[in-house]
Write a protein that binds this ligand. Structure first.
Ligand code: GAP
Length: 449
């Protein structure tokens, strides 16, 4: 299949202009690969996170929620293998001082030898030998900056779940198999961040650890693989832009027995990339924490009178990366019949769109603005709406199309007499006349689909 077009630059500009995503500390020239979410971005991200929480926690009686702290005991990261194993090989260029992952496909020749060529400055022989670089951010706990006080910003939420495994199991009296889910920040000092919000140094994760009896793990692994792919399709991501990628032996993380990524086709040179990882982590993490903490982390099965360390099947998805997938998937430019100017549309599913309806008076007279404001005020407690009376009506439609608003409600000359408005559908451009009394139900029903 030919490469899909690269829409990243257009999205970066749209996201800034319309208030989805801004560069962090922009007025100081920006912070490397950290982004802030503006008024529309936070609505979209929240919608995505709430949808995940509802799917993974609220609608299942065998998955519990958790919100563990970012800062954890430093021994956690020794036990988890992150201090020794969460490393990427990196090379530095002596000439231009740029840093690359040693396996960067843009590097020609072999780093550390005279034929190794820097992909940035083009010099040969200036790339050093690959060195292991730990991706965890280090900081200090308390006022003394000595090594005893070193702690890490967590690079995954999962460890907060493992150390709370028995707290959650005993307080909820869950029986295996059951899961623990959480949404939270994670930090990685990535060597080559980039592609907008695709790979950043501060990001969020929505992770679920499912604890199962050893021997049943591959069955659950298959179950969660299919559940998670179903979820991504339900977001409206195009079927042919989604695929599984199985990790080969060399790709497996230090904790994984088996792993599949859900990949999305971001188009351009980025192509298919991971948006979620599904891992069979076996008993690696719980066994390690039992060993390092000296505390038993076994599960007691009352039915069989057996004690064992459960195996874990993990589903780990990034809301930031999935949000980027939604933007890429939804972005389109199209001609409009009878108009010179085309339109840009963000084809987000109505359930995820940050604003559900634009509300406009057709013209600024004859009581239309007052009626439109009243309608907007009555809908606002139920879903986000945006009142707009500035500029030509076509322009107002375009402004909503570009941010993915699925419906535009217009008060026109017939509205006052018949207590009705037109509702324009973003995708079909079809306009329905709807009574003001049933407007809330009409929109609510369409955004729940
Ligand atoms: N606990 C397992 C784990 O962390 P992962 O595959 O490294 O697995 C899971 O990360 C998800 O987190 C990824 O699929 C991606 O969506 C997101 N993610 C990881 N690193 C990221 C980064 N630097 N920037 C943005 N999202 C990231």
């Amino acid at each position: 299949m030919p490469n899909r077009p690269d829409v990243m630059d257009k999205l970066v500009s749209l996201c800034k202009r319309r208030g989805f995503i801004f560069q962090s500390s922009e007025i100081y020239g920006g912070t490397g690969s950290v982004w802030d979410y503006g008024p529309l971005g936070i609505e979209l991200k929240r919608n995505l996170q709430e949808r995940w929480w509802k799917e993974m926690v609220r609608s299942r009686d065998n998955v519990e929620g958790l919100d563990s702290a970012i800062l954890m005991h430093p021994r956690v990261w020794e036990a988890s293998g992150h201090v020794s194993g969460f490393v990427d090989p990196m090379v530095d260029c002596r000439n231009c001082k740029k840093r690359f992952r040693a396996d960067d496909p843009k590097i020609k020749g072999t780093p550390g030898t005279p034929d190794g060529q820097c992909p940035a400055c083009g010099m040969k022989g200036t790339l050093g030998e690959p060195r292991q670089f730990n991706l965890m951010f280090k900081t200090f706990m308390g006022p003394v900056e000595d090594s005893a006080a070193i702690i890490y910003l967590r690079p995954e939420t999962a460890q907060g779940t493992y150390v709370n495994f028995l707290n959650v199991q005993q307080s909820t009296r869950q029986k295996i198999p059951f899961g623990i889910a959480q949404i939270g920040k994670a930090f990685r000092n990535e060597i080559t961040p980039g592609n907008f919000i695709f790979r950043t140094r501060e990001f969020e994760q929505m992770e679920m650890q499912f604890f199962v009896e050893p021997g049943t793990d591959m069955e659950w692994f298959e179950y969660w693989k299919s559940e998670r792919m179903r979820w991504h399709r339900g977001l409206g991501l195009a079927e042919d832009r989604l695929q599984f990628h199985q990790h080969s032996e060399s790709e497996l993380a230090h904790y994984a027995r088996a792993a599949f990524d859900v990949q999305f086709d971001f188009g351009g040179s980025l192509g298919f990339q991971e948006i979620e990882g599904i891992h069979n982590r076996g008993d690696f993490d719980l066994s390690q924490h039992q060993k390092f903490s000296g505390k038993k982390l076994e599960y007691f099965d009352q039915g069989t009178n057996k004690r064992f360390i459960p195996f874990v099947v993990e589903t780990a998805v990034g809301p930031n990366r999935t949000l980027l997938a939604l933007l890429v998937n939804g972005y389109r430019e199209e001609a409009v019949e009878g108009e010179d100017e085309g339109r840009v549309v963000l084809g987000l599913s109505p359930a995820l769109a940050p604003i559900k309806a634009g509300v406009f008076p057709l013209v600024k007279k004859d009581g239309m603005p007052e009626m439109a404001r009243k309608i907007a005020d009555s809908l606002r407690p139920h879903f986000p709406v945006f009142y707009d009376d500035s500029g030509a009506i076509g322009r107002r439609y375009r402004r909503q199309d570009e941010i993915g608003t699925p419906f535009c409600i217009t008060v026109d000359g017939e509205s006052a007499g018949g207590n009705s408005v037109t509702v324009r559908d973003r995708d079909t451009l079809k306009q329905d006349r709807v009574s003001v009394d049933s407007l809330r139900e009409y929109v609510a029903q369409r955004i729940s689909e």
